[in-house]
Design a protein around this ligand. Structure first.
Ligand code: DC
Length: 236
């Protein structure tokens, strides 16, 4: 028996992961952050590259996808249940902090554009749902490619400035204009790479509910999704 699926897609820093986790906690579902698997594969490529004397982008460009994915398996890249959802583990250790490093963030779009990497990630996501797990999955192509039959699809957006401001605040530093400009540009570059790639570009599914959170606070956006999910999963 397959589990239920709520798909949440949207651009970088639109608040998908934190929203998905809160929705999952409220409904008793598990949160699956597909981006953490792309980040995990990127971290593996950087570590495998470093072992071979390749640094940063050179590691991603020079290693074959097969070598990267074999290294991901050998190093035990996986999602393990952490109560409310799943967290990425690598080499037997929780990897969440390393997955958010600047080096991984700078290289993840290139790794996520490799078709066999996408298949590797999608196979893992689908296996969890096939095992009967009810999930809230966030990413870029969840409602279009990974789970086109998802029970509920949300496309989450916010203005580039709002997203940049939230990203800076998460790092615990003041939101000053030059940081805001630099972050807005970095996000725009990642959005462009993610929306224009050939395989599974960032796109809203035709049947997705659009939610612009620019002027919403966190609890409002969580409530918006939970209110749409309840009648689907828990009809009266
Ligand atoms: O959501 P995030 O910032 O952790 O995602 C990291 C990268 O992975 C981002 O560049 C887009 C990519 N990604 C993707 O291509 N497809 C997904 N389903 C999830 C993430």
């Amino acid at each position: 028996m397959s589990g239920g699926v709520i798909a949440i897609d949207g651009p970088s820093a639109s608040g998908k992961s934190s929203t998905a986790r809160a929705v999952a906690e409220t409904l008793g579902f598990a949160h699956l952050d597909s981006g953490s698997l792309y980040r995990g594969v990127t971290l593996v490529a950087l570590r495998e590259g470093a072992r071979r004397g390749l640094r940063g982008a050179a590691a991603v460009a020079d290693l074959s996808p097969e070598v990267i994915l074999r290294s991901a398996e050998d190093r035990g890249l996986m999602l393990q249940s952490d109560g409310a959802g799943f967290a990425a583990y690598l080499e037997g250790e929780p990897a969440e902090d390393a997955l958010r490093s600047a080096d991984v963030t700078a290289n993840v779009s290139a790794v996520a554009a490799i078709p066999v990497v996408r298949e590797w990630v999608n196979t893992r996501l689908r296996a969890m749902v096939r095992a009967g797990q009810d999930v809230v999955v966030d990413g870029r192509d969840i409602g279009t490619v990974v789970f086109p039959d998802a029970d509920l699809k949300i496309f989450l957006t916010a203005s580039p400035e709002a997203r940049a401001g939230r990203r800076i605040s998460q790092r615990g530093i003041a939101v000053v204009p030059e940081h805001l400009d630099a972050e807005t540009q970095a996000l725009a570059a990642r959005d462009h790479a993610d929306s224009t790639r050939e395989v599974a570009p960032l796109r809203a599914a035709p049947d997705a509910v659009h939610l612009d959170t620019t002027r919403m606070d966190f609890s409002e956006q969580v409530r918006f999704i939970v209110d749409r999910a309840r009648p689907i999963f828990f009809p009266e």
